[in-house]
Unconditional design. Sequence first.
Length: 435
Amino acid sequence: MSVTPTNELKRTLTPLMLWGLGVGYVISGMYFGWNLGLEQGGTLGLAIATFFIIILYVTFTFSYTELACAIPKAGGGFDYANRALGKDWGFIAGMAQNIEFIFAPPAIAFAIGAYFNLFFPQIPILAIAIFSYVVFTALNIYGVKAAAVFELVITMLAVGELLLFTGITIPHFELKNLQHNAFPHGWAGAFAATPFAIWFFLAIEGVANVAEEAIHPQRTMLLGFGSAIATLVVLCILVFISSVGVAGWEAIVYKTDGSTSDSPLPLALSHVVGSDNMMYHLLITIGLFGLIASFHGIILAAGRATFEFGRVRFAPPFLATIHPRFQTPSNALLVNMVIGIIALLTGKTAEIITISVFGALTLYIVSMIALLRLRKKEPQLERPFKVPMYPLFPVAALFIAAFSFVAMTVYNFKLAVIYFLILGIGFIAFKLFAK
């Protein structure tokens, strides 16, 4: 009987499982949060931002796939930057990735808690959110294959729900609803809508973090990554058009009391079938799967990223301990859960999302620089998959990510300062204590 070393992960993931993980990481972004970009930019402003963000994610995904196939390690962007640019930039990429993956789940957990609270108002939102953290961390400790199968099933249900939603709403689509008050704040609104456009696709790169657990990673990563981004682009366009096209963008941003809503799909659906219709309640119930899919999936990716950080001694080495029975990064998963629950207790969900997006954009920028550098530094490196139209794809992804980062900093300056403080304190600690 073969024995897996104490810091090696088990290969069990197929292309279909990777598709489920890739779509699952992201799909909650179709269900909540993105509509707040309409308040910033209107239909046209958010559409412009989303158009460029789709280009960013398509070019980035193909570029990142080259790196994931050439260096199939659990650290993802951290491993690529470490090899191409040295330990300092490797740490920055890894720290940014950890910030993205650790800070996104608390926001989604709060949404899950608020969702359940509608059905069980006697149970506090925070209690449900913390309970969700414990359950899905335990599932990830139990085994990556069980976690991936669960993610695949729940992602298929979430995708089916979005297609059903589109099928019900699209017959009621009217072009005038897209044109109404479409560009209320001009180009400034389009820039301000950028983080909400990114929320449509945030965390797709988490697929790379399980490359070490993929069967035949070169082929599996390409199929999993490529099919996931294609699915997400189609869903993004369908959800955007069908939601806004029912009654205009204001109808899926503002509730009846005038406050903003994190539930654009139910609001759009209520204009078609009414809030008392059985189909309305069915779709809302199934919609919970989208939140759970992303929450669970990002916890999985975060565990691998933190595990790799510990394995190379950029963080305390106990984080790299593999569970002796389940062969999963149990310590990393548990530490991430504790940090996530602390973030959850702040109650600042919108701010947590924005800080997570800052981490993502930093990772994208450093990863694309690493790809360009590796092509020159290691031309003989085996690359089972090469990004098409090189260097156009990585340069386009690098430019859009950098531009988006600047735009976000301008419109979220205080949160940018907090993000840089977290990154800076981590880097100083790394320089002082890392061996």
